[in-house]
Each structure stands twice: as C-alpha cells, then as structure tokens.
Design a protein around this ligand. Structure first.
Ligand SMILES: O=C(O)CCC(=O)C(=O)O
Length: 242
C-alpha cells in the first residue's frame, strides 16, 4: 500500500498522498460511527461553522476498532518497522461553505498527562484540563501524521496547503513564516485517501467555498517514548508492526 517511493516522498517533501487507503465501506462505517455519537462534552468543539472532536478515541471508543484496518497497519509497519503508538487523534469537520480557515503554522505541541520540568521540553500551555508542551525537535521529526479523508477534498472545500520540504527547516520563527510560503501546494485527496505528513511541515487551509463537507480523521503516530515523568495524553499501542 505504501511504496518505497511514497516513503521517500514523505522524507524529502514532508508529505505524501495515498489515494486509496480506506474502502468506501470503511469510510461509511467511520462516518456513521462519528455522526451517531452524542456530540457533547468539553472535547467537542462546535461553533457556527467549525466542528472538531479532540481526544477522539476516548470520546468515541468504537472508532478504535474501525480505524485499526489492515491497510493502516501495513502503512505504519512500513513507516515504523519496530512498531509505533498513537499520540493524538482529532476529528475535523469543515462543513459546506465553512468560514473556518487555518493560518500557516507547524504542529509544535504534544499533549501530555501532567507537567514535568524536563530539559528540552517547553514552552508549556494548560487549557481546559489539557497540558501541552513543545518537545525537542527530534520528537517532532519522528512523528508522522496520518489524515484520513472521509470526503473528496480539493481547493474548494478547504484542502490542506503545504510548503513541500519545509519540515527540514526545523522550528521556524513565527514571524518568518509569511515569507516562506511562495512554493505552497494544495493537497487534493479523494474520500478514502490519506495524507501523510510531518508535523514540522508548514501547513494551512482556506475557507470552504463549496457545498461539500470536508471531514478528516487526524492521527499522529510515534515510535518514541517520552522521558521519565512525561506521558503522552492519548497514548495507545493499537497499531503494531507487521
Ligand atoms: O484541518 C485543517 O484544515 C487544518 C488542521 C491543522 O492545521 C492541524 O491539525 O494542525
């Protein structure tokens, strides 16, 4: 499913697209499971036009089994030959005609159970019971995000825009980001496809101008363990190497 060429693309450009990771049946089952869940609680963020579910696998426990597909296990086995664990899971809906846009950024923060002052970890944030910290760059370099697309997604319904290769620039100062996006590319992904990306890749997304939704399950994986005292908030050893 994931070829050595796509692993090479991920290393070189910071992203690769797998157009057919989930079957239509699997997509339908995921959508049914998510949309029939009672959408209440602090981790469900719904406003006029943005809907996100954080800590997704704890909020909707039945998703764990549906996401643990042979195809995803194969991909992760290729990317992490010694095994890996999930570190974050979020569901993003960008509803039709959504006003929600995301400015250019890198994904720099990880969620942990508790604060522990460990060398190389910081700054820290704590909001609504969530503790997040910026880890050393090696942790971010060794994380891979898998965005599972549940709808056809293109420039009209809020596809991710990325700056290929920008993950190799390390953590970039926020004030320099605007000057680094001239080579941005739009990542169109069909329903059932996956966008694999490195968290340090500069990325953003536009408002939707379409009447189609853009539903995505965002999963982050790592093979690394955190130093003593720190525990990934959503750590799950669900996915194993082949
Ligand atoms: O889904 C999107 O449009 C953007 C999400 C994003 O930037 C993120 O998860 O860091």
């Amino acid at each position: 499913m994931v070829t050595s060429a796509s692993v090479q693309l991920l290393r070189q450009h910071g992203l690769t697209i797998l157009p057919q990771l989930l079957t239509l049946l699997e997509v339908t089952a995921l959508l049914h499971c998510i949309e029939s869940a009672p959408a209440a609680g602090a981790n469900f963020r719904r406003s006029q036009d943005v809907f996100a579910i954080r800590n997704l696998l704890e909020e909707i426990a039945a998703l764990g089994a549906l996401l643990n597909t042979a195809a995803l296990r194969d991909v992760l086995g290729e990317l992490f030959p010694t095994g890996c664990h999930l570190t974050k899971a979020i569901y993003f809906d960008k509803p039709a005609g959504s006003n929600w846009l995301v400015a250019w950024h890198q994904d720099l923060m990880i969620n942990v159970e508790h604060r522990a002052d460990v060398l190389g970890f910081g700054p820290w944030t704590a909001k609504a019971g969530w503790v997040a910290v910026q880890p050393p760059v090696e942790v971010l370099e060794n994380t891979i995000t898998v965005r599972l697309h549940l709808d056809d997604c293109d420039a009209t319904n809020g596809a991710l825009k990325v700056v290929p290769g920008s993950h190799r620039r390390g953590v970039v100062p926020a004030e320099t980001i605007a000057g680094q996006t001239a080579t941005a590319a739009v990542c169109a992904v069909p329903a059932g496809g996956a966008l694999l990306m490195k968290p340090l890749l500069l990325h953003a997304s536009n408002r939707s101008t379409s009447d189609r939704p853009r539903r995505v399950v965002h999963l982050e994986f790592s093979a690394q363990e955190l130093p003593a005292g720190l525990v990934w908030r959503e750590r799950r050893a669900l996915w194993h190497a082949r």
